[in-house]
Ligand binder design. Structure first.
Ligand SMILES: [Zn+2]
Length: 493
């Protein structure tokens, strides 16, 4: 017996704008694809919010007992600057500017991406495929689309023929656009444009001689269009039809629309049953943009090293802050909002600690089974984490009342409450109790204080070689000593 057999889960499907009861293609199994990052710069906090939403969704499915194959790709080629058809490959551009091999750029920012996600306590996806690792699969799809008549080759590039596709399919159904309106609202093609229509998109682009990222193909040396990789990798690992496709709201058009068109052109049917889109993160009420200074990197929040912040915030506090909003709502980040979340997070963690040591009575004043039902109802209603969190605080209120002797709880209810709280707080929301590390911090402090003492004794004995050695070796592991009037203090970087 799995938990999911008892629960009716509803998902907001972006494809039709309706909340629908979720039924997977294969009972007990879920295939989920989420568009991953383009690894040409440090991961954006807004992207972290998207991936965090799907991490929470992945965690809840697992909690319910589903076997989930979660595929999240890495875009390491083919994504052009400004999402344009004629721009430069984002990774190739960065490589040229920084005089690096494109794969050095990819490696550097893939490592950054994984490091930040690990700090946020993300579960790794089941498969994390790369675009460059699936060039052959992408070429096969282009051949198939050409054969079916929905693409054309011109000057060694291949484009998807949107008008042709729209004759017997519906282009624009995900984003609610009509092809006629799109045509009416776009500029005329210029003489340099080789596409038949501005709506057509590249499946394969010919590589100019200076282009460093290139692969041989039936149409000559080139590289795949950005939309193609997700169709290739989702089909390969999840099949022609799979349960869930997710991504940021900004990917709905054109990226996801093009994915649908490519897959339908190949297979004649829709690739995805449930489309899910996570909303964006703003900063102090405005869109985040490096150019205006209204921007913050995840690492800057953890260190407090940004003029917009009064202090550092732990990854769990940021995670808690993000999950306090529903994934389909716009969320605004500010110093005040983080301070408020930190307070709430600490209250929740304190509640869990108090719960462990609560005395029990013969009967309960807190209806734990009814409360537990409400927690599941919140999550089953399109993963409503803000309501779940409100329920967790409702429990904390009772926990405090029981501690103060104003209410009672039975042993059975206490155990049930503890199991449920732990499951939602740690397994589903993925929060970590930072105070769990307090022991480590205490130990570190004692060890460093001991070394400071030994260094002082060395200096008193004019053994400067030893005192410098202690200082330098501590610095090498990220511990800085600072000598002042009051003695020596240390900081950890
Ligand atoms: Zn994608």
């Amino acid at each position: 017996m799995h938990l999911y057999q008892d629960q009716e889960l509803k998902i907001y499907n972006s494809l039709n704008g309706k909340k629908e009861v979720f039924t997977p293609l294969n009972e007990g199994h879920i295939g989920m694809y989420v568009c991953g990052p383009t690894v040409y710069s440090n991961v954006h906090l807004g992207n972290c919010r998207t991936f965090m939403s799907f991490d929470m969704i992945f965690r809840y499915f697992r909690h319910l007992g589903y076997k989930v194959r979660y595929v999240r790709n890495i875009t390491d080629a083919g994504h052009l600057v400004d999402d344009a058809e004629d721009g430069e490959d984002k990774i190739a551009k960065k490589a040229r500017l920084e005089k690096l091999e494109p794969m050095e750029v990819v490696q550097r920012y893939t490592v950054d991406f994984h490091t930040i996600l690990q700090k946020f306590n993300f579960l790794p996806p089941s498969i994390e495929p790369t675009a460059t690792g699936h060039i052959i699969e992408q070429i096969e799809i282009i051949k198939d689309i050409l054969e079916k008549g929905y693409a054309y080759e011109i000057n060694d590039s291949v484009y998807f023929d949107v008008s042709k596709f729209n004759e017997d399919h519906e282009y624009g159904k995900l984003s609610g656009r009509k092809l006629e309106d799109m045509i009416a609202n776009t500029r005329e093609l210029t003489a340099q444009d080789e596409k038949k229509s501005p709506q057509d998109f590249a499946l394969w682009k010919k590589a100019e001689p200076q282009h460093i990222m290139r692969w041989p193909s039936p149409w000559g040396d080139g590289f795949p269009g950005w939309h193609l990789e997700c169709t290739a990798m989702s089909t390969k690992y999840l099949g022609e039809t799979f349960d869930i496709h997710g991504g940021g709201m900004d990917l709905k058009f054109p990226h996801h629309e093009c994915e649908i068109a490519q897959a339908e052109a190949c297979n004649g049917h829709s690739p995805v049953n449930y489309w899910m889109h996570a909303n964006m993160l703003t900063l102090n009420g405005k869109k985040m943009a490096k150019s205006t200074g209204n921007s913050i990197l995840p690492g800057e929040i953890f260190s407090g090293n940004n003029a917009l912040l009064s202090k550092a915030f732990s990854p769990s506090v940021v995670r808690f802050f993000m999950l306090q909003a529903h994934y389909t709502s716009i969320l605004d980040l500010s110093n005040d909002a983080l301070l408020a979340s930190e307070k709430g997070f600490n209250r929740l963690m304190d509640g869990l600690k108090i719960l462990k040591n609560l005395d029990t009575a013969k009967s309960s004043d807190f209806d734990v089974p009814a409360w537990k039902k409400k927690c599941y109802e919140a999550m089953n209603d399109d993963f409503n984490t803000p309501i779940l969190i409100a329920q967790l605080f409702e429990a904390v209120k009772h926990i405090n009342a029981i501690k103060e002797g104003r209410e009672n709880i039975s042993l059975e209810d206490k155990n049930e409450l503890q199991t449920t709280m732990n499951a939602f707080v740690f397994d589903v929301l993925g929060l970590e109790d930072k105070n769990d590390n307090e022991g480590d911090t205490d130990t570190l402090s004692s060890v460093v204080e001991l070394l400071i003492q030994l260094r002082k004794e060395a200096r008193d004995n004019k053994d400067f070689a030893t005192s410098d050695k202690i200082r330098d070796q501590l610095a090498a592991v990220g511990i800085q000593l600072k000598d002042g009037k009051e003695g020596t203090t240390f900081s950890v970087s």
